[in-house]
Structure formats: structure tokens, C-alpha cells
Design a protein around this ligand. Sequence first.
Ligand code: HEC
Ligand code: HEC
Length: 204
Amino acid sequence: MKKIIVSSFVLFMSLAGVAHAAGDAIAGKDKAAACVGCHGVDGNSMVPTFPNLAGQGEKYIAKQIADFKAMTTRKDDTMVGMSAMLATNQDALDVGAYFAAQKLNSTAPVDESKLALGREIYKGGNLQTGIPACQGCHGPTGAGNSAAGYPQLGGQFVEYLMKQLHAFKDGSRSNDDRAMMRDVMGRMTEAELEAVAHYIASLK
Ligand code: HEC
Ligand code: HEC
């Protein structure tokens, strides 16, 4: 009897542990000290090749840190070194929680002439060429789905977005589960990619 009680207590504790495997935004603020020079104090970047992290999902941020460290499915010379400063997955979750709690205040410039086509693709995809609506996963306002790990896109810089869309298209970024993004990008023309990037940047 005692053994059953002990083992169910252990089971309860390990379930509780899983439920609480989350970042601590307060601890994350200190750990983010090395990040803010590029990503901005509150995660709002001033430089179009440095992505905004304000409001980005905690789980998504921690996954990218792990992927940069692994140097297999997402490679970036700068971020390999930076990710190494976060020793554990808990550190990455804490930093993720800090940036997730910041308010996005995007300064991304937008070319208005591209918004109509971009909106069409983002909201409805392209039936002829089999492009799904981006909003199905990234949300109607570009806020993403933090529980599912689908990133927030709204207000991101066009330069950064184009680099990622091309990287999925040519396969140099392959950290998308079940090739969710590579499948879509392979079906898109350059004009469509650019239009959708401007539309995304306008969602802020
Ligand atoms: C010297 C500038 C610099 C510093 C400092 C820096 N980063 Fe980055 N970060 C970048 C660049 C550039 C990219 C885009 C990489 C790419 O093009 O794929 C990036 C990308 C990221 C991404 C991916 C964002 C996304 O939307 O997928 C995350 C997460 C990230 N950085 C977190 C951090 C954290 C956490 C730190 C601090 C430990 C940090 N960065 C420090 C330059 C920097
Ligand atoms: C079936 C779901 C799904 C659909 C549909 C989808 N995406 Fe994604 N997208 C993802 C996931 C998941 C990731 C993150 C992969 C990872 O790094 O873990 C992602 C990542 C991205 C990124 C990189 C974000 C960053 O911060 O680096 C961009 C940009 C993007 N998607 C744009 C689009 C556009 C544009 C469309 C529509 C043409 C689209 N997505 C449709 C699931 C989807």
C-alpha cells in the first residue's frame, strides 16, 4: 500500500513538473541582457535584419534557440554564438517568457502597393497553385498560436521575412515540423512572396 502511495505521489510530481515547465519572465529579463543590443530592450528591434521578438511565443523562441544550437535545421553564425550563452533549456524558456511578455511596437516599413495581393494570399491562399491561407496557422492578425508553436508574424520586418521565406523555399531552413513551411513556399512565386511579406509587416 505504501509503495502505491509513493509511486502515485512520484507520478503526480512528475506530471506537475511537466505542467510547470514554463519560462520565468523575471529571471528571463537578466538573461536577455546580451540580446537586447540587437533585438531591442523590449524586443522591438531597430534593424530590419534583426527580428522583433516582442510578443513572440515563448515556446517558439525556446525552440529556435535549441535549433540554432544544433546547427542542423536552422543555421545562423551570429545566433549560434548567442544561443550558447543560454546554457539550459530553462534559460531559453525564461528569455522566451520575457520577450513574450513585451508589447510589440513595430516600425517595419511597408510598400502599400503590394498589400492587396499580399492580403489575398494571407487570408485565402491560392486555390489554383495549392497555397493554403497563412492565417490558418499564423492567425488572422498575425499573432500566431503560441501553444502550438506557430510564430507571431505581424509587424515583422520585410527583409527578415524574405530571408526566412527564401530559406524555407531552398531548404536551407528545415526546422518546420512535417515541412509545413517548405511545402507552401515551394508553390509560391517571387511576386507572391514579396507581397505577402509586405502584408505581414503591415499587421501591427
Ligand atoms: C549581434 C546581434 C544579435 C544578438 C546580440 C542576438 N541576436 Fe538573435 N538574431 C540575430 C539575427 C541576425 C537573427 C536572424 C537570423 C536569421 O537570419 O535566421 C536573430 C534571430 C533570433 C531568433 C529567431 C527569431 C524568429 O522569429 O525566428 C531568436 C529567437 C533570437 N534571435 C533570440 C536571441 C536571444 C535570446 C539572444 C540573446 C541570448 C539574441 N538573439 C542575441 C541577431 C542577434
Ligand atoms: C500548416 C501551418 C502553416 C501554414 C499554413 C503556414 N505556416 Fe508559416 N510557419 C509554420 C510553422 C510551424 C512555423 C515555424 C517553424 C519552426 O521554426 O518551428 C512557420 C514559420 C513561418 C515564418 C518564419 C517566422 C520567423 O519568425 O522566423 C514565416 C515568415 C512564415 N511562417 C510565413 C508564412 C506564410 C507567408 C504563409 C502563407 C503563405 C505561412 N507561413 C503558412 C506553420 C505554417
